[in-house]
Design a protein around this ligand. Structure first.
Ligand code: GLA
Length: 508
């Protein structure tokens, strides 16, 4: 089957007229659930600002089906949007300021900031920084775009999010993307900045705020289509290619209820992995011949290096086995291998690289590189299986499940980004009928994603429920006060970011 492929710079963020274009309407859910939510947002807006909102912008979170921790190495990933999203209702503000209120006012008290796109981020992991990421993405990074705006508009905004925070389903990028859409719409750039550039700008902005992220989360939040997973290719150019998940299976997300806030652990987790991949790349480049490859940093990432060698994934795995050592390198050992005295020069483009160097004593280069090439190859195997119309459905879904299990194992054993809770919930999911189950997103907590035969879904959900009710050691009790459906649910690939037609807002 020929996959649908989007030219990422020919399309703009769409303006839609009706909620059913955005949300799945299983059993009349749009009326019962989503309309109520938008009406509530509108009412709260009116209570706070004294007027009804004119516009709604939204951006979804995502589930990564396969391809973990490889986007920042240049490799393709295979995510889908989830239905849970950020919605921002807004009107223009005559004053030169941006007022922000959140439906959850206890967690996120009201804020007022200036309209200056070049203002500094707040110290520490303050939520307003995610808004600023989206705002700066549009108005402070690429002069080609922001020079078209003579004066950024003041705004009054009310935010509502259903994306669980720090749960590996990319609430931070959904927040950033949603803010970027408000910024571009309010300032008349909605037909000026195409989707491809918008996602790249959002990535750059999030990197300015500290995470050395790849581009998966922002790109899928912008490019997702209902009922389609997407293969996101970053190289040689950004592409979002449709992938049809077989009809006999569904994806289910299980929250391990152990949050993993990326910005609080950059030095020891996420950004450390980015640094480890960089060290592995430099040593491999040096070992495969030309010293200038390492010293001049000829290759930005593993993808460029592999392309230069013309190697298959299997050959890359062999290269890793021959040239990198298992069990970790101290910073001194890395310096010795590379024949240099100072590592910081090699990491200038990685946010918080100094913290990574000062907070860690061991860097696991063999393990990280081995994961990356194995995982990059699994992504294409997964896509090819989905596209193969000749394969028996039962065999196909078994194989897809196996790839997801292999991916989890590699994340756990080689990339060391799982957690006891994620190992537990993925194992329980397999034991409860999932064909495959893995952590999704950055890991170290957050959510699992499982592939379930459609016919077994109810049984599966009943069994995995025991994860949440099981007796645990005091202090390790999971604490659920509300709807279990928020923590364990089947998900259908959802619609990407959009703006709602103001006519709809009037009607509502
Ligand atoms: C986070 C990052 C992504 C990606 C994943 C891990 O979600 O934002 O770019 O690296 O972790 O796959």
């Amino acid at each position: 089957m020929e996959s649908e492929q989007q030219d990422t710079n020919l399309e703009f963020v769409p303006i839609l007229n009706h909620l059913p274009e955005i949300y799945h309407d299983n059993n009349g859910e749009v009326k019962q659930k989503h309309e109520g939510r938008f009406k509530n947002l509108k009412d709260r807006f009116k209570q706070i600002y004294g007027v009804v909102p004119k516009y709604f912008c939204r951006a979804p979170g995502r589930v990564n089906i396969i391809g973990e921790h490889i986007d920042y190495c240049g490799y393709s990933v295979l995510p889908a949007a989830i239905e849970q999203d950020f919605v921002m209702a807004y009107v223009l503000n005559e004053a030169d300021e941006i007022e922000l209120n959140n439906i959850d006012k206890d967690q996120y008290p009201a804020e007022k900031i200036s309209t200056d796109p070049f203002q500094k981020f707040k110290e520490g992991p303050h939520w307003i920084n995610y808004f600023l990421c989206g705002y700066k993405a549009v108005l402070a990074i690429d002069e080609k775009y922001y020079s078209q705006v003579t004066k950024p508009r003041g705004l009054k905004i009310m935010i509502d999010s259903l994306v669980p925070p720090a749960a590996g389903v990319s609430s931070s990028s959904a927040f950033t993307v949603c803010a970027s859409i408000v910024a571009l719409h309010a300032n008349g750039l909605e037909t000026k900045i195409p989707k491809g550039d918008l996602s790249k700008l959002c990535v750059l902005a999030e990197r300015m705020a500290g995470t050395a992220c790849g581009g998966m989360d922002q790109t899928i939040s912008i490019f997702a289509e209902k009922n389609q997973a997407k293969l996101i290719e970053f190289n040689p150019t950004l592409k979002a290619i449709d992938v049809k998940i077989p009809a006999s299976v569904v994806l289910a997300i299980g929250n391990s209820l152990t949050p993993s806030p990326k910005l609080l652990t950059l030095g020891t987790r996420y950004n450390k992995r980015v640094v480890e991949c960089r060290f592995a790349l430099l040593i491999l480049a040096l070992r495969t011949g030309d010293i200038s490859h390492a010293k001049e940093q000829k290759f930005k990432n593993f993808y460029e290096f592999q392309k230069h060698l013309g190697y298959s994934y299997q050959q890359m795995l062999e290269l890793v086995s021959s040239h990198l050592q298992k069990g970790g390198y101290t910073p001194d050992k890395v310096k010795k291998e590379l024949g240099i005295d100072d590592l910081t020069d090699l990491l200038k483009d990685i946010p918080y690289a100094n913290e990574v160097i000062s907070q860690n004593y061991q860097f696991h280069l063999f393990e990280r590189a081995y994961h990356v090439f194995g995982e990059a190859s699994r992504v294409y195997e997964f896509k090819e299986l989905c596209d193969d119309e000749t394969l028996d459905e039962a065999v196909k879904v078994q194989k897809l499940g196996q790839l997801m299990n292999d991916s989890h194992k590699s994340c756990r054993d080689l990339y060391d980004c799982s957690s006891p809770e994620l190992d537990e919930i993925t194992q329980l999911s397999r034991d409860s009928g999932a064909l495959g189950s893995r952590l999704t997103g950055a890991g170290w907590g957050g959510c699992s994603v499982s592939l379930i035969p459609k016919d077994n879904l109810e049984q599966f959900l009943d069994k995995v429920f025991t994860y949440y009710t099981k007796e645990r050691e005091p202090g390790y009790q999971l604490w659920i006060t509300d709807d279990l459906e928020r923590y364990l649910f089947a998900t259908q690939p959802g619609k990407g970011a959009c703006i709602l037609d103001p006519q709809y807002c009037l009607w509502m």
